[in-house]
Design a protein around this ligand. Structure first.
Ligand code: F6P
Length: 358
């Protein structure tokens, strides 16, 4: 009998359920009656508190098109994992205890960056771990693509499309804020797909003078509206020169609810156009996975089952040059995949006149 635990951790995204389905079905297909699967509730929290359910074969049916995660999830910051809090719980010990009590042979963890740091820690602690890369941010090191990204891209693109029509009718400037704090993949792709005029990503600090210059030039050409697509983590040129500490203090003192409002206000000071802000927020992570994400998640889930069959632990399943491959967790953990400045999508966008505010 082989015992496999599954947990989903961190922010949810589209594709988690198809990945769980792919893994579960492939495990039952591979091991038949010789496998027992345990669904750990609400991410690492369930592992810490020993909360889980046995997942029969039927648990993996009917979830292909479902958004969110049937297992529930939670954010358990990595930096707090080794810290014993007021509750006196040693979280790492508690997780190992649950693993041992169930008698797991392997734990499959679906998550993003923070999740992978903890997964690597558990692997270093001797647990058999296999992970799958999920996040709408597509910022996980070691894989060309994460599931969730293309579904969120469809949503974000539709948002920009819809803003386009109303912006055109009124001759307004729309500042639309797209998710992505550390990496600008989603905003870059959505901005290009939605025909934004200006795309601001964390990797390319912006100058507000440049942004207003672009808007002014458009006005002179008779284009009375503009779409500014801003990543949540966009930073100004001035901010890019600050130390981490100075930046944190500056942002803490910022009176705007988010960066899009600050940029909108800065633009409004120097233009006669109406300026509006639109923030789709978690809508980008909600709803059903796209066809692409269903395929990708299923491939990742089934590959995880193959790794378990071969007792190949300590790996994340990733996509490299079109191939689904195992990537050592030690290589993935703690590294961020930001948009490289020589990225071809950036080059293409620049070629058609899109400004990055630089
Ligand atoms: O990591 C995915 C993500 O959606 C980011 O794009 C976003 O910055 C963050 O999660 C939002 O976190 P939360 O769901 O905790 O508000």
């Amino acid at each position: 009998m082989i015992k496999v635990g599954i947990l989903t951790s961190g922010g949810d995204c589209q594709g988690l359920n198809p990945a769980i389905r792919g893994l579960g079905k492939a495990l039952y297909d591979t091991f038949g009656k010789e496998v027992k699967i345990y669904g750990i509730r609400d991410g690492y929290r369930g592992l810490i508190n020993g909360e889980y359910d046995i997942m029969k074969k039927s648990a993996f049916s009917g979830i292909l098109t479902m958004g969110g995660t049937i297992l529930g999830t939670s954010r358990q910051p990595f930096k707090e994992m080794k810290v014993i809090g007021d509750d006196g719980i040693d979280k790492v010990r508690a997780m190992k205890k649950t693993y041992d009590e169930i008698g797991l042979d392997c734990l499959v963890i679906l998550g993003g960056n923070g999740t992978h740091k903890t997964a690597n820690l558990l692997s270093e602690e001797g647990l058999n771990v296999v992970t799958l890369p999920k996040t709408i941010d597509n910022d996980l090191w070691g894989t060309d693509i994460t599931f969730g990204f293309y579904s969120a891209l469809d949503v974000a693109t539709e948002v920009i499309d819809r803003l386009h029509t109303t912006a055109t009718s009124h001759g307004r400037i729309f500042v639309v804020e797209i998710m992505g704090h550390k990496a600008g993949w989603l905003n870059l792709y959505a901005g290009l797909a939605g025909g934004a005029d200006i795309i601001l990503i964390p990797e390319i600090p912006y100058s507000i003078d440049k942004i207003t210059e672009v808007i002014d030039n458009r006005t002179k050409e008779g284009k009375l509206f503009s779409i500014v697509a801003v990543a949540e983590g966009a930073i100004s040129l001035e901010e890019s020169k600050m130390s981490k500490k100075e930046f944190k203090a500056a942002r803490a003192a910022m009176t705007y609810p988010s960066i899009a409002y600050r940029i909108a206000d800065d633009i409004a000071k120097i233009t006669e156009h109406d300026v509006r802000v639109a923030i789709p927020g978690h809508i980008q992570r909600g709803g059903e996975p796209s066809a692409y994400d269903r395929v990708l998640s299923t491939m990742f889930g089934t590959k995880a089952a193959e790794l378990i069959k071969n007792e190949k632990y300590g790996y994340m399943v990733g996509m490299k040059n079109g191939e689904v491959v195992p990537v050592p967790l030690s290589v993935v953990a703690g590294r961020l995949k930001c948009v490289p400045l020589d990225n071809q999508v950036i080059a293409s966008a620049r070629n058609i006149g899109i400004s990055f505010g630089d």
